[in-house]
Ligand binder design. Sequence first.
Ligand code: ADP
Length: 151
Amino acid sequence: MRIAVFPGSFDPITLGHYDIVSRAIPLFDKIIVAVGTNANKNYMFSLEQRTAWIKETFKEEDKVSVDTYSGLTVEYCNSVGAQFILRGLRNPSDFEFEKAIAQTNRKLKGDLETIFLLTASGLSSISSSIVRDVIRNNGDYAQFVPAAVRL
Ligand code: ADP
């Protein structure tokens, strides 16, 4: 079984995340969207809320499940038997950031490969942080997120 973990904050899930998971479905037998809990991050939405929106979004997809984790991503991957980490790339700063994380993760666990999918054109400007700003300022956030995300 090819199992991929898609780790992230998903605060909230956006159409960018949705696109990456949807395009990864044919590549893997199972994709676990893993919502990280990092004590140093200030989230806008609770872990329960973020998880519930992702579950609702992928409820028709048998291959996609949702979980939460804390600690090292490589340890979490180990615990669920995943051989792959899935990440999305939007721009050069994502590349630099992701390169450092992926290379570190390979040093921590050599048989774990990070697989990158390039963002779809039109979605590269979507980020959870910008969506949070739109929400805070009462803008039309619905065009940036899956239909399950409703406040
Ligand atoms: P993190 O806090 O780990 O960066 P995010 O929820 O912000 O968590 O992002 C999780 C993953 O989704 C990252 O690999 C990020 O590059 C990717 N991602 C976010 N937005 C997009 C997008 N618009 N297009 C493609 N990938 C995206």
